[in-house]
Ligand binder design. Structure first.
Ligand code: NAD
Length: 358
């Protein structure tokens, strides 16, 4: 393993991206600049082995340009694994724009980004991510055809499909752990009641689960109490609640040295990206006998909806593929048990097998 580069080395170009600690055989990395608009973007194409590299565009006010490169490298690799495991004929890529989404995101900047995407000729297909709205992607789509998640190509907001995937994933975990996937009388703690978390809570409530909820945003919590009869706990205590399932649907790195010993549920299955603070925490969960649904396996519903949506709005094929997340997870759980391996390691191996066979 190469020694991590200093930020200065990365930003001055004193070292090459091939030495970057997050470099993982990425096929192409475009660093695009546009003087007229101030656009600074990094587009990382990790793999096109299964098809064009699909992954969203994130607009973020990175503290340092080097952080943007790190993010693009890491996120694009994650998209390769997510798309491969979801059975999509798509590779993995990701774009980041170094800008404050509230102040700097002008139509001109987005159009300049679209021109950079267009230069890649379809090797990379962009879509919404943090800091980018549907309306922003319409502007990008005016410049390049290599866009998904717009009105012309998509079903709109992907989060209902992400929520459906989390719901079927929770049922697969219950089946594996308890021999029944019924939610009747099960207690589930949902941390984060945003676009995805509120949808998950609704599906769970309708299926008969008892809900414990946490969010920093008081109106969301009040809504969950009024609509689902949920019990409210403090956000920082959510992971420790006595429940059948802990569903993290807010932040990443929620499974760490501090929280894992305190987890109050035998199953962790939720939407948040990058739930493991470090790769080794997968083994820490397994050592405690906690069944963990790997995040990129269970939260692929949104990516599936962006990838497969077609003009006309018929979402049958999308829903079928999202529901298949349950079978993928059942397979991961069975294999992890048989091989006595952590579930995340098994999911990685399954994605790598599909890539190797392509
Ligand atoms: P969102 O911004 O709509 O919702 C996040 C919610 O979490 C907000 O209500 C926020 O108040 C709450 N929150 C923030 N910090 C919290 C804390 N410490 N404790 C409790 N609540 C907290 O985001 P979203 O679209 O619902 O996505 C949720 C997670 O799922 C994110 O990690 C996201 O990356 C991941 N994800 C989302 C999708 C999707 O389709 N939207 C797809 C895949 C993964």
């Amino acid at each position: 393993m190469n020694a991590p580069l200093t930020k200065r080395e990365l930003t001055t170009g004193a070292a090459c991206v091939f030495d970057h600690p997050e470099f993982d055989a990425h096929e192409q990395i475009l660093q695009g600049f546009d003087a007229a608009t101030g656009l600074k973007t990094v587009i990382a194409v990790h793999s096109t082995r299964l098809g064009p590299a699909l992954g969203g565009c994130r607009v973020w006010a990175y503290a340092d340009d080097a952080d943007a490169l790190t993010d693009a490298l890491r996120l694009s690799r994650g998209m390769t694994y997510k798309n491969a495991l979801a059975g999509l004929d798509l590779g993995g890529g990701k774009a980041v724009i170094i800008a404050d989404p509230r102040k700097d995101k002008t139509p001109e900047l987005l159009a300049a980004f679209g021109r950079q995407v267009d230069r890649l000729g379809g090797t990379y297909i962009t879509a919404e991510d943090v800091g980018v709205s549907d309306a922003d992607m319409e502007i990008v789509a005016g410049v390049t055809p290599h866009v998904r998640g717009t009105r012309a190509t998509g079903l709109g907001d992907p989060s209902p499909y992400t929520a459906l995937g989390i719901f079927v994933g929770i049922k697969a975990a219950l089946m594996h752990r308890f021999g029944s996937d019924s939610l009747e009388g099960r207690r589930v703690c949902v941390q984060g009641l945003g676009h995805v978390g509120m949808g998950v809570a609704r599906l769970l409530h309708e299926a008969g689960a008892t809900l414990i909820v946490a969010d920093l945003h008081a109106p969301s919590v009040e809504r969950a109490v009024a609509e689902f009869g949920a019990t409210v706990v403090a956000p920082e205590a959510a992971h420790a609640q006595g429940a059948d399932v802990f569903a993290p649907c807010a932040l990443g790195a929620v499974l760490n040295d501090g929280t894992i010993p305190e987890l109050g549920a035998p199953i962790v299955a939720g939407a948040a990206n990058n739930q493991l603070a470090e790769a080794r925490h997968d083994a820490a969960l397994a050592a405690r006998g906690i069944l963990y649904a790997p995040d990129y396996a269970i939260n692929a519903g949104g990516a599936i909806s962006i990838a497969l949506a077609r003009p006309g709005g018929d979402d049958t094929a999308v829903r079928d593929k999202v529901i298949a997340i349950g079978q993928t997870l059942a397979h991961i759980f069975q294999r992890a048990e048989a091989l006595k391996q952590p579930t995340q390691a098994v999911a990685d191996a399954m994605a790598e097998e599909r890539l190797a066979a392509a």
